[in-house]
Design a protein around this ligand. Structure first.
Ligand SMILES: Cc1ncc(COP(=O)(O)O)c(C=O)c1O
Length: 447
């Protein structure tokens, strides 16, 4: 066999065909790729060395900034010391250490931590724990799960069933049975251009009463919501909404699950949104920021009572038939411990809290640009709705993201014609201003 020529090898290794990109229009991407070769702090660098400011903390995950030395070193050291050990029937020390550190950040008696590898797995894990919890307590008829319209809970079958974004659902069959949805909390008419939690909408939690009246409380296992709906375009909870959900769940013995995959680890100026809102869920999903996005990891924090409900029967029997080969992977745990140290040492959650008013003001400078229908902010995150082009929903948003990267050296997120901005929590005021100035130019360019 003749060996391949150097040109053939080069072509093969640089071939864009084989990789099927997730949640990406593949053909458009491959025509004008956005390639990122390395990163440091607030910036990405393209293969040709262009610095691009990261307005999205990776994908809402690199909260401590990119390639932070303590995290990089912890991963390298861990890889040299212990690459992997069996996750079932065995454990390594850092899994306990990280669980304790995560539990210490969570409010009240949220203190038992189950690890997995992503936000989607965290959601499926929480839903399964909720169902099994009722089962082990003799209330096995509680099988219904209640999500919310516009909710995003990842891409597992559980997550898309309770999720409320039509394109994530409609291609994938009948999904889980027995799911119902609360209405979305957003109303442009009542909430447009609000900084923080809108005044209007707390009453929408009472829709849970209607759902309970329809199905009967004895059939409902859990309600799952994102305290702030991130992926659908940054929808902060209306004032009082989460408190009301909690009260109704308590009244009917329904578990409340917060999906804090985005809001966890500082995005809203606290370790968890549960703390910001003073509402304690029964199960809390996390991922992304737990190790600042450095190694895939997710998890569920359970209240002690939920965990204890499982701790019965003969001691040699497995209490929860669930887990992943890579639950509490050593590299993810090492990165998590280093990230949580960084959050503490650099007081990044407090920093986010202090920066929030400046960030919100900077976002609101976009308010009067043509075609801007709404700007919402909470913590270090902003959603900006652009008017869609007639008959071409999402085209303007896509062009904005392309222009941001190619013309303005800026990464932003889009969902349809909504832009999302959520930089790492190390962002400076000057960089916040830079990000929104660039975004303003992008918006003007796509109108
Ligand atoms: C609230 C929420 N839940 C779940 C997920 C899914 O996480 P992953 O992509 O890690 O599976 C996301 C991802 O953005 C999310 O925002």
């Amino acid at each position: 066999m003749t060996p391949p020529t150097a040109t053939a090898v080069a072509r093969q290794t640089n071939d864009l065909d084989a990789y099927w990109l997730p949640f990406t229009p593949n053909r458009a991407f491959k025509r004008a790729p956005r390639l990122i070769a390395r990163a440091k702090g607030m910036h990405y660098f393209t293969p040709d060395g262009r610095a691009v400011i990261d307005g999205l903390a990776g994908l809402w995950c690199t909260n401590a900034g990119h390639n932070r030395d303590p995290i990089v070193n912890a991963i390298a050291q861990q890889a040299a010391e212990l690459d992997y050990s069996a996750a079932f029937h065995f454990a390594h020390p850092k899994s306990f250490e990280l669980a304790s550190r995560v539990a210490a950040l969570a409010p009240a008696d949220l203190n038992r931590v189950f690890f997995c590898n992503s936000g989607s797995e965290a959601v499926d894990t929480a839903l399964k724990i909720a169902l099994a919890y009722h089962q082990v307590r003799g209330e096995g008829a509680r099988t219904r799960l209640i999500g919310r319209e516009r909710g995003y809970h990842g891409v597992g079958f559980g997550g898309i069933s309770v999720g409320g974004i039509v394109n994530n659902r409609k291609f994938f069959g009948t999904l889980l049975a027995g799911v119902d949805h609360l209405p979305a909390t957003y109303s442009r008419e009542h909430q447009a251009f609000t900084k923080g939690e809108p005044q209007w909408g707390g009453h929408l939690a009472d829709e849970l009463e209607r759902i309970v009246a329809l199905h009967g409380a004895s059939t409902i296992a859990a309600v799952i919501v994102e305290p702030m709906a991130g992926s659908t375009g940054v929808l902060p909870p209306p004032k009082g909404y989460l408190e009301r959900l909690r009260a109704i769940c308590d009244k009917y013995g329904i578990l409340l699950i917060f999906d804090e995959v985005i809001t966890g680890f500082g995005r809203l100026g606290h370790a968890f949104a549960a703390e910001r809102y003073g509402v304690t869920p029964d199960l809390l999903c996390f991922a992304k920021g737990v190790n600042s996005g450095a190694v895939p990891m997710g998890g569920v924090i359970a209240r002690e009572g939920v965990y204890n409900a499982f701790m019965q029967g003969p001691e040699h029997t497995i209490e929860l038939f669930h887990g992943y080969t890579y639950s509490a992977h050593p590299l993810a745990c090492a990165a998590g411990l280093a990230a949580i140290d960084l959050y503490r040492d650099e007081q990044l959650f407090e920093r986010a809290r202090r920066l929030e008013p400046f960030f919100a003001d900077a976002a609101m400078t976009l308010k009067d640009l043509p075609g801007v229908l709404d700007v919402r902010t909470v913590g270090i995150s902003a959603g900006i709705d652009l008017a869609p082009r007639p008959g071409a929903m999402g085209e303007r948003g896509y062009e904005a993201m392309e222009r941001a990267f190619h013309d303005e050296d800026l990464v932003i997120r889009i969902t349809g014609d909504t832009l999302a901005i959520a930089p790492p929590l190390i962002v400076t005021e000057a960089q916040v201003a830079e990000i929104f100035e660039k975004t303003a130019r992008v918006i003007q360019a796509v109108m």
